[in-house]
Design a protein around this ligand. Structure first.
Ligand SMILES: [Zn+2]
Length: 195
C-alpha cells in the first residue's frame, strides 16, 4: 500500500488539498460542500469512476481476485460528497494512478463551475499535475528491476494480456526514507514498465 501513499503524496502536493486520501485498503475522494456548489459534478465523477472500475476488474483481475471485495460507493454527507473505492490492494496501482487526472478535472469543475480549461487556475493546476505525473512515472521507471518467470499466468498490469512474467522492483518511499519492494505483472512488451 506504500506505493499508493507515495502516489497520493505527489497528487496532494500539487493540489494542496487532500481531495484523495487512503484509509487501510480504501481510497477516499472527498469534495467539500460550499454554498451553491454543484450536485451533479460529484455524481458525474462517480459514474465515470464506476465504469472505469468495471473495466479494470474485467481486464486486470483474476477470478479469485474478483471474489474479494472491490467496491465503489458514493455517500452524501452534511458537509461533503464522498466516493469510496475499497479493496484497492487488489488493483494494479498504475490503473488508479491513471484516474487521478480525471478526479482533478472533476474537482476543478466542482469548485469553479466551469471546465478547467476555461479558467487560469484550472489550466495551471492541470498543467502542474501533468508535469508531476510524468516526473513520478519516470522516477519510478528508473529504479533497479529484476524479471522473474513464474509457473502461472495472470494479466499484465499494463495491458491485461496474460503473462507468466513478474517484475520485481523497488522505490524509495520518501516519507519513511526506506525502500519498498514491489511486484508488477508484465508481458514481454511491457517488461520495463512499473505502473
Ligand atoms: Zn502488457
Amino acid at each position: 500500500m506504500e506505493i499508493y501513499k507515495h502516489l497520493l503524496l505527489r497528487f496532494n502536493g500539487v493540489t494542496q488539498f487532500n481531495i484523495i486520501t487512503i484509509s487501510s485498503t480504501t481510497l477516499e475522494i472527498s469534495f467539500k460542500k460550499f454554498v451553491g456548489c454543484s450536485t451533479t459534478v460529484p455524481i458525474r465523477l462517480f459514474s465515470k469512476l464506476a465504469s472505469a472500475m468495471k473495466t479494470i476488474k474485467e481486464k486486470y483481475l483474476t477470478y479469485n481476485d474478483k471474489k474479494v471485495h472491490i467496491r465503489i460507493k458514493m455517500d452524501e454527507e452534511d458537509d461533503r460528497y464522498l466516493i469510496r473505492i475499497s479493496g484497492i490492494n487488489k488493483i494494479p496501482p498504475g490503473k488508479i494512478f491513471n484516474l487521478f487526472g480525471l478526479i482533478l478535472y472533476y474537482y476543478l469543475k466542482f469548485i469553479s463551475g466551469i471546465k478547467p480549461s476555461k479558467s487560469v487556475y484550472g489550466r495551471e493546476l492541470t498543467e502542474k499535475w501533468k508535469i508531476e505525473e510524468k516526473y513520478t512515472r519516470d522516477e519510478l521507471r528508473s529504479t533497479p528491476k529484476n524479471i522473474v518467470v513464474t509457473n502461472f499466468v495472470m494479466p499484465c498490469y499494463i495491458c491485461g494480456k496474460e503473462t507468466d512474467l513478474i517484475l520485481h522492483w523497488q522505490f524509495l518511499f520518501t516519507r519513511e526514507k526506506r525502500y519498498i519492494d514491489i511486484q508488477t505483472r508484465v508481458c514481454e512488451k511491457h517488461r520495463s514498465e512499473v505502473l
